[in-house]
Design a protein around this ligand. Structure first.
Ligand SMILES: [Zn+2]
Ligand SMILES: [Zn+2]
Length: 64
């Protein structure tokens, strides 16, 4: 992923998760270079949404 602040590219595993410094728990990935709080990869959320939509399309009416 790419840091939204400094543009530094790093793997999700390289970022700092659960830094312990964010109020209410850390739900972001901190850039290893500038420590900017990046929101979690939106691509992952997209794929989850896709799965949900897929399930939604599958309507079981039950009468054949
Ligand atoms: Zn950064
Ligand atoms: Zn944090």
């Amino acid at each position: 992923m790419k840091c939204g602040f400094c543009g530094h590219e790093f793997g999700e595993g390289d970022g700092k998760k659960s830094c312990g410094g964010c109020p209410g728990g850390c739900h972001s990935i901190h850039c290893p270079r500038c420590n900017y709080k990046n929101p979690l990869e939106p691509g992952l959320i997209k794929s989850i949404k896709k799965l949900l939509v897929k399930n939604d399309i599958h309507t079981d009416k039950g009468d054949t």
